[in-house]
Design a protein around this ligand. Structure first.
Ligand code: FES
Length: 137
């Protein structure tokens, strides 16, 4: 017998669905056409999905952001939300965005899909690390 809580765990919020169907800042087509200052790529060890993120940076602020993924609906909706939260922020501010911020923004992801919500943030961290490493050399 399925409990009410268990059946709710199968339901995406309207906002998650909307971001999945209309992902913000999703990179369509050839990535070489999006001029960017850095990029980061990560894989999710739980499911094997990948995420790639591209940033334009000016005066230490993210002026534009694009991403693409093989990840699932939760990863797409989460990264869409993250991209909106991160745009216009300084690099340090963007690094402080948490999975909970994304979850709050979207109105709760199903708990068993929480691991998908960190994929975009890890790609963002990788892109910022690459940017800072380039600047140090
Ligand atoms: S199941 Fe792989 S990112 Fe969600």
């Amino acid at each position: 017998m399925t409990t009410k809580q268990e059946s709710q765990d199968w339901v995406y919020s309207a906002k998650v669905k909307e971001h999945f169907l209309n992902p913000r800042n999703f990179l369509m087509g050839d990535e070489s056409k999006f001029t960017h200052d850095t990029e980061g790529i990560v894989g999710n060890p739980i499911c094997g999905d990948q995420m790639k993120m591209f940033l334009k940076i000016k005066d230490d602020k993210i002026t534009d952001i694009k991403w693409k993924t093989y990840g699932c609906a939760s990863a797409i909706a989460s990264t869409s939300a993250l991209s909106q939260l991160a745009k216009g922020k300084t690099l340090d501010e963007a690094l402080k965005i948490t999975a909970k911020d994304i979850d709050d923004y979207l109105g709760n992801l199903p708990k068993h899909k929480f691991h998908c919500s960190v994929l975009g943030h890890e790609a963002l961290e990788a892109a910022i690390k690459n940017y800072r490493d380039q600047k140090d050399h």
